[in-house]
Design a protein around this ligand. Structure first.
Ligand code: RB5
Length: 140
């Protein structure tokens, strides 16, 4: 299952990602926020997203705030979360294949929907390579 979360600054990009998922019949759960007008605090939504992501090891999260930085800082406070802020496809691929990231963080204020969707696709289709990367992840 894919878990979506954002603050107000990430809301519009999250809506674009949802439109893409709807078109592709991909099911996702949105834990909020639900408006760009009301200012909210990204740690609250990272926490809500993390709770859902950790319900099943196959789950992944996609969290969006203005820069993606706040969401990644907040998400990574949970030791079972490996959240990666990715601004291009290569980062997303490596975040999965090398870091086994279970949360993708995106900057809503500086990514076009088109580019964000390419990043999302790369994140979702890439598998963790394991091997030496598994050893490193155990040390985190
Ligand atoms: C909200 O204005 C903004 O600070 C937040 O979305 C995020 O960019 C923080 O890292």
């Amino acid at each position: 299952m894919i878990i979506l979360a954002s603050d107000h600054a990430g809301y519009l990009l999250k809506e674009e990602i949802k439109k893409f998922f709807n078109k592709e019949n991909i099911i996702a759960i949105d834990v909020g926020c639900y408006s760009r007008e009301q200012s909210v605090d990204y740690p609250d939504f990272a926490k809500a997203g993390n709770e859902k992501v950790l319900e099943d090891p196959r789950n992944v999260g996609i969290y969006v705030c203005g820069t993606g930085i706040g969401m990644s800082l907040a998400a990574n406070r949970n030791p079972k979360i490996r959240a990666a802020l990715c601004t291009d496809v290569n980062f997303a691929t490596l975040a999965r294949s090398h870091n086994d990231a279970n949360v993708l963080c995106l900057p809503g204020r500086s990514l076009s929907a088109r580019k964000a969707i390419k990043i999302v696709k790369a994140f979702l289709i890439t598998e963790f390579e394991g091997g030496r990367h598994a050893r490193r992840i155990k040390k985190l």
